[in-house]
Write a protein of this length. Structure first.
Length: 267
């Protein structure tokens, strides 16, 4: 009888020392931690790569806007004069400053364009006065039909009235303004205007003169004549030639940028 009772005891002892199948629970937690760390470092690497590419885009944009290749590789912004030390290295504050300036300039150009659009609507000048923006800045375009008789550079009465209204608009924004004269490709050969160069420049000067007489600061004005060499549309029809004969009043982006940089410096 004693020999028959021993085997069950041995079986109970074997059951007590038997290990559970599978890996311990702490291994799963450790694996999750390692995975999260790996993802974290991948994100850090990716963010670093994005910043480098972002700087390349900023640098290319500045070269285009400032018309110079003298943007140092170290990240100084000579054109914006944000960093005075030419040997200063690129850092997060510098990138943030340039991004902020660009955003402020873009917002201001949009606000100017919005004000001009409201001005055009209020004064019922649709089709005669237009607003747009490009790398130059915010642009008010006035058809020469509104301002000048054919082949002349002295404004009509209606043209003077329009410029008086534009003057009230220009006073709202304290930026440099460039007056650009444009003609079509129809040749002109008179004693006063040997070519379209003289005609376009004289028309731009007449607009500037009237603005100064109205009280616009002359030091904030510049005048340029482009003749027929910057058409908006091909000079292939009477309608297109009429579109190309125009005065453009340009709120210069460089002047806007300078004001935005001054605002950031005073913070």
């Amino acid at each position: 009888m004693a020999e028959e009772e021993n085997p069950p005891a041995e079986e109970e002892e074997e059951e007590e020392h038997e290990c559970e199948e599978g890996i311990p629970a702490w291994v799963m937690t450790f694996a999750d931690l390692v995975t999260l760390l790996m993802v974290f470092f991948i994100l850090l690497f990716a963010m670093g790569t994005i910043e480098k590419e972002k700087w390349k885009q900023i640098k290319a944009s500045l070269k285009s806007a400032l018309g110079t290749d003298a943007i140092p590789e170290t990240g100084t912004r000579v054109g914006l004069d944000v960093i005075k030390d030419p040997d200063a290295s690129l850092d997060e504050d510098t990138i943030t400053a340039v991004d902020e300036v660009g955003a402020m300039v873009a917002k201001e150009v949009e606000e100017i364009a919005s004000e001009v659009e409201e001005f055009v609507y209020t004064n019922k000048l649709s089709g005669q006065v237009e607003v747009s923006s490009d790398e130059r800045g915010a642009i008010i375009t006035i058809s020469d039909v509104v301002l000048f008789p054919p082949g002349r550079s002295r404004m009509t009465f209606a043209g003077k009235k329009t410029i008086d209204q534009v003057f009230d608009l220009l006073q709202q924004f304290n930026y440099d303004v460039r007056i650009e004269g444009h003609t079509d490709n129809s040749p002109i050969h008179t004693e006063q205007f040997p070519s379209n160069w003289e005609l376009s420049a004289s028309r731009a000067a007449d607009v500037a003169r009237l603005l100064v007489e109205s009280g616009f600061p002359p030091e904030k004005l510049s005048v340029v004549g482009f003749a027929e060499f910057q058409p908006k549309v091909p000079n292939t029809s009477a309608k297109n030639r009429s579109t190309n004969r125009r005065i453009e009043i340009v709120y210069q982006r460089g002047s806007i940028r300078g004001k935005m940089v001054d605002i950031l410096r005073r913070r």
